[in-house]
Design a protein around this ligand. Structure first.
Ligand SMILES: Cc1ncc(COP(=O)(O)O)c(C=O)c1O
Length: 462
């Protein structure tokens, strides 16, 4: 363990030996990096002695907040009893059995089986293979194409990045793999406003892109539609209220599977257990990760409907798929303790009834700031769209992403983690954030906007 090493020396060692995910290493100087050494509740501490509010719950995952000793203790106890055994070859173990029963109890009634992995990305690899296998079993092997959306994020493995609709990711590694089609997203502020449609009309239009794609590909060739209830990494894109009801109507009229990617929305983020509950959709599969363990240990899973599980059970031959760490006992223990906390403390209900309505009320006030074109929030997922001219919302900053990054750096300097996506700032705090902490977060975001506006004006960026 590194003890008594200066903050600077830690950064130098990090620079020498650590390749960071999603990072431009050419632009990451030694002192640009922050070494986070400790966390508790909604707070982080770095090795330079700063206390920073974690407005992103780590990476949208620390739902119950940092530093829960109950989870640490559950993992310790599990590891001293059975630190590892696999779930291949007809074996299982008590924590994976307990967790599966728990998840089935929380998931929509028609979803009762769970397939485990180690992350959200590999959950979506499982999804891709499972939906295609399902249609093979059903005697419809031509049903292979998966419809996803532009600017979706479904992970960073080959399948995850292919299902994702991010062109920058596709350029690296010659993706997407064949058989994946991306339709337009329901992004009102970014794409809908300029069409001349109302927000509701745009929501219907974006939903009907699904129908058009099914028509163009041929229903007999379409395996599934995959979507995040609210796009997270794409910029907290909250669809118009007409979108999900229309998608649901289309899915009911078509013989394709629906995959709800609940990696961010699952386990309380919207104030319901799952985003599908919030929007009233009926998934055949749900990919989950993050909030399943609140990030205390890595774990992902696919929650499988009876319809798909029955096909695998009854007619399936072996499903040649799985990971060494599928259902890892220590991760199961972390998940059980985490879900126990969420239930016992009524955190999901509290988000729905108190935390999210209060947060939203404060957050939307930031929409009055001269730099903000739109403030939006659902559950505990929020965004601020930064614009050069509040009186003309069709205008955007020239060098996309530059102002977003300036604002994000100000947020950090002010002691708040927010994330920049293009020229927007996004937020996804731990679900346990109090009203007092919310006030602090919003006040810091306001100061950040003031600082960013001053930088924009000083550099004449508008
Ligand atoms: C909706 C969604 N799906 C999948 C993933 C990938 O999860 P992981 O980073 O655990 O592989 C993410 C990660 O942010 C996500 O937001």
């Amino acid at each position: 363990m590194l003890v008594n090493v200066s903050s600077h020396d830690l950064k130098v060692a990090d620079r020498k030996h650590h390749l960071h995910p999603f990072t431009d290493h050419g632009n990451l100087g030694v002192e640009d990096r922050r070494v986070i050494a400790k966390a508790d509740g909604v707070w982080l501490w770095d090795t330079d002695g700063n206390r920073i509010m974690d407005g992103m719950a780590g990476l949208w995952c620390v739902n119950v907040g940092h530093g829960r000793q109950e989870i640490v203790e559950a993992v310790r106890a599990q590891m001293s009893e059975l630190s590892y055994y696999n779930t291949f070859f007809k074996t299982t173990h008590p924590p994976v059995i307990e967790l599966s029963e728990m998840i089935a109890g929380l998931a929509p009634e028609h979803m009762n089986m769970v397939f485990y992995g180690g992350s959200g990305s590999d959950a979506n690899d499982t999804v891709l293979r499972m939906v295609r296998t399902y249609w093979d079993i059903k005697g419809q092997p031509s049903k292979k194409t998966i419809i996803s959306r532009k600017n979706a994020y479904h992970g960073s493995t080959v399948a995850g990045a292919s299902l994702s609709g991010m062109s920058g990711m596709h350029k690296q590694g010659d993706l997407p793999i064949p058989g994946i089609v991306h339709i337009d997203q329901p992004y009102w502020f970014g794409e809908g406003m300029k069409t001349g449609m109302t927000e509701d009309e745009f929501g219907l239009w974006a939903a009907r892109e699904l129908d058009k794609a099914i028509e163009a590909i041929g229903e007999e060739n379409v395996a599934a539609f995959i979507a995040e209830p609210i796009q997270g990494a794409g910029g907290v894109i909250i669809p118009p209220s007409t979108y999900w009801p229309e998608v649901k109507r289309i899915l009911e009229s078509r013989d394709i599977l629906f995959v709800s990617d609940e990696v961010i929305c699952g386990f309380g983020r919207t104030g319901e257990w799952f985003g599908a509950d919030y929007f009233g959709t009926t998934p055949d599969l749900m990919a989950v990760a993050k909030g399943l363990t609140s990030g205390y240990l890595p774990m992902g899973a696919v929650i499988v409907s009876d319809k798909v599980a029955d096909a695998l059970h009854e007619k399936g031959a072996e499903f040649y798929h799985g990971y060494t760490y599928s259902g890892h006992p220590a991760s199961c223990a972390a998940a059980i303790a985490n879900l126990t906390i969420l239930k016992r403390e009524g955190i999901v209900e509290r988000v729905r009834e108190k935390t999210a309505p209060y947060f939203r009320e404060q957050w939307l006030k930031l929409g009055d700031h001269p730099l903000v074109g739109e403030a939006r929030m659902t559950g505990l997922l929020g965004a601020l769209e930064l614009v050069p001219d509040k009186n003309d919302l069709s205008l955007r900053f020239g060098n996309v992403g530059h102002v977003g990054m300036i604002a994000r750096d100000h947020a950090f300097a002010n002691g708040l983690v927010m994330r920049a996506v293009r020229d927007s700032l996004i937020i996804s705090p731990p679900l346990v954030i109090t009203e007092e902490e919310t006030d602090h977060l919003v006040a810091t975001a306001l100061k950040t906007l003031d600082d960013a506006l001053a930088s924009v004006r000083a550099a004449d960026l508008s």
